[in-house]
Design a protein. Structure first.
Length: 383
């Protein structure tokens, strides 16, 4: 592993595969995946439901970045979701124009006066964004535009002031601060968040590595590409010097800490920890002072805004094995899975192997099975 070199030059094509990019391989076509994670022409998805969790991560591990990442706005009620999308669409287009004016102003200072700040000055653009969202298409155009100006001017001003930072309410900020304070004081979780003698903590630890892969029937001309850069940022790495143990800790916000297993299944949290566990072995090799330390099972710390009582969850070795390698071989050892209707699940390493095949062949037109066989056979139990 070449942690330093890959951090500096970003690997071939500036590519580093994260666990989230591997996870998304299952959900989109190879072509769309390439646009998003290699070409980077598709924007990252931002789920508002994860906003509090992201805020918690920042407050716990990188509080110095709070102001650069978030804008705390005082608002009683935002426009509807679709209306917000329209206003955001208008803002993005106006921002592009302002950036071009800024660039021209370097040589033509008088152009600076042309900067645009008001939502109401762009009726045609508002109408275009309304049509893009198919919002209130039965209304008259002037009525639609006037309603967006009436309901959206304050939100537009907030977007302009936030300047691409994530917008949070003061209430959400207070909630996050309260949860962090609870986590730091709770008897079950405080040692994972607060350093003490013999208890060393690393926050947002970035690890860069190379994944070695082997692909069947690859032309020998391509054989030089046998490694692919991977990366991960571990929320918290706890090093217990008294017990000589190293442990990955990942903090999650959930709707219900008690029902966290549903989140694990839905969002692939065990796969995330398994991937980090794989990366951690490389980090330990780069830090020989920890060669005698034992890597113990990663955990999730979970808290919700209802009970506000943190739970700690660990996993079995079998869980981690299935997360990495899939369950096919394990089911085969128990019984003939081909005759029993049990869903076969790929592990993250199998997904990464699929990505590697496309990366090496540089063929993203369709899934590998389609490209090699001209047909994809569906299995309605497993697909």
């Amino acid at each position: 592993m070449q942690n330093k070199n890959y951090r500096e030059n970003g690997g071939r094509d500036g590519l580093h595969l994260s666990q989230s990019s591997i996870k998304h391989w299952k959900n989109i076509s190879p072509m769309q995946w390439k646009k998003k994670y290699i070409d980077r022409t598709e924007p990252e998805d931002e789920n508002p439901a994860f906003l509090l969790g992201d805020l918690l991560d920042t407050l716990i591990s990188q509080p110095h970045l709070l102001e650069s990442r978030y804008f705390i706005a005082n608002f009683e009620k935002l426009p509807s979701e679709t209306e917000c999308k329209i206003i955001e669409c208008v803002y993005r287009e106006i921002k592009k124009v302002n950036e071009e004016i800024d660039w021209l102003a370097e040589s033509l200072p008088e152009v600076k006066d042309k900067l645009i700040f008001n939502l109401g000055d762009h009726r045609d653009l508002i109408l275009y964004c309304c049509n893009s969202e198919k919002w209130q298409s039965t209304w008259k155009d002037d009525t639609r535009v006037n309603k967006i100006i009436e309901k959206g001017t304050d939100y537009f001003d907030i977007l302009a002031e936030a300047n691409d930072r994530k917008i949070i309410s003061s209430h959400l900020n207070m909630q996050a601060l309260e949860l962090v304070e609870i986590l730091k004081k709770n008897k079950w979780t405080k040692d994972y968040l607060v350093e003490s003698e013999g208890n060393e903590l690393h926050f947002q630890l970035e690890i860069f590595a190379e994944y070695d892969y082997c692909i069947d029937s690859i032309d020998t001309v391509l054989s030089e590409h046998r490694k692919i850069p991977i990366k991960g940022a571990i929320d918290i790495l706890r090093i217990n010097h008294k017990e000589k143990t190293i442990q990955i800790v990942d903090v999650k916000k959930a709707f219900s800490s008690h029902q966290f297993i549903e989140n694990v299944r839905k969002f692939g949290y065990i796969e995330q920890l398994s991937f980090y566990k794989y990366l951690l072995k490389f980090w330990v090799k780069e830090n020989p002072q920890f060669k005698d330390y034992i890597i113990i099972s990663p955990i999730n710390i979970v808290i919700d805004i209802a009970d506000k009582i943190p739970y700690c969850y660990s996993y079995t070795d079998l869980d981690f094995a299935i997360a990495q390698y899939g369950n096919k071989d394990i089911l085969h050892k128990i019984f003939n899975y081909e005759l029993v209707p049990i869903k076969i699940k790929k592990g993250w390493e199998q997904l990464l192997q699929d990505i590697c095949w496309h990366y090496v062949t540089n063929n993203w037109a369709a899934p590998r099975t389609m490209l090699e066989n001209g047909i994809i056979t569906l299995n309605l139990i497993n697909d």
